[in-house]
Design a protein around this ligand. Structure first.
Ligand code: ZN
Length: 139
């Protein structure tokens, strides 16, 4: 199995059985974002307490890349401080757009490396993260 196929497996596994999806009844903040170029939509909700992302959940509709990115993002970020989450956002964005090294804490998101060649797909991969950015600004 090539590395590229392995990455595809990771993306499909997350898209088919996304982690941390569903409603978050005690959410302190929720954000809705859409990527009209692909038809992806996400509602991301968070419980933020004392500057920590205590929990994150989302309901998403769209392509495998947008769902897989949301699944891996929430799995990596739950329990982090807002400051650390903001640093992860910067790292992931730079990884996609500037092809820089990904922070080791986001290692699984490395599976989205192939997306970097396709600007339209980068929007899919960033959708959940843009919703996160709104939450980090608000709370
Ligand atoms: Zn998409």
């Amino acid at each position: 199995m090539s590395v590229r196929d392995m990455y595809r497996e990771v993306i499909l596994a997350h898209a088919q059985d996304p982690l941390h999806s569903g409603k978050l009844p005690d959410a302190t903040d929720c954000v809705h974002r859409e990527n009209t170029s692909c038809g992806d939509a996400i509602d991301l909700c968070a419980i933020v307490k004392d500057g920590v992302l205590v929990d994150l959940r989302y309901e998403s509709a769209g392509c495998a890349i947008s769902t897989a990115s949301a699944s891996m993002m929430t799995d990596a970020l739950i329990g982090m401080t807002k400051a650390d989450a903001a640093a992860m956002l910067a790292s992931f964005r730079a990884f996609l757009i500037e092809h820089s090294e990904l922070d080791p804490k986001l290692e699984e998101l490395d599976a989205l490396e192939g997306v970097r060649q396709f600007p339209a797909r980068i929007k899919c991969a960033l959708l959940a993260w843009q919703a996160l950015e709104e939450i980090l600004k608000k709370t």
